[in-house]
Design a protein around this ligand. Sequence first.
Ligand code: GAR
Length: 195
Amino acid sequence: MKRVAILISGGGSNMLALVRDMVGDHPPRPVLVASNVPHAAGLARATELGIATAAVDHRNFASDRAAFEAELMAQIMAARPDIICLAGFMRVLTPAFVAPFAGRMINIHPSLLPKYPGLHTHRRALDAGDTVAGCSVHEVTAELDAGPILGQAQVPILPADTADSLSARVLVQEHRLYPAVLRRFASGDRRPIAL
Ligand code: GAR
């Protein structure tokens, strides 16, 4: 049985979608939900579901990113995960953190990568006049939002869309895409999915 750790910074709706899918014939199990935000709503939701949680507040480490990552790594290693899912985890991770999990860490990003890595993806898609937006799940590598793509889902951009309305519509697809990708990834299948 594969052990899955999920890293969040906020509400954790993608974390919940992953957890709800890890039942029955889907052998991975969630062993830890960790956050850099101690009061992240997703941590409370994970606790309600009986999942172990950890909080490592990056603000306690001032500008010492290496020390923050070392503490986060220690908490994660204690849970002995096979796979790490970043689910709205909003800290950039250094190559030193990523390397030990090479090929075992995946992330969901709210754009059709390679378009719009980084922040404000929906605003940027609207400003560019795009007619299609979406989300991507990819392997995490040392370069931000640039690892091999494991799956994408597309969403039409409507004339009246705002960044908020587009974000909400993309999020619905994120909740379909991420569990579907984790299922395949956990079985060793890295062929990309298109929803
Ligand atoms: C999601 O839209 C996710 O794609 C995005 O943050 C949101 C988290 O929502 N992630 C990033 O922007 C990563 N750079 P959630 O906490 O409800 O899952």
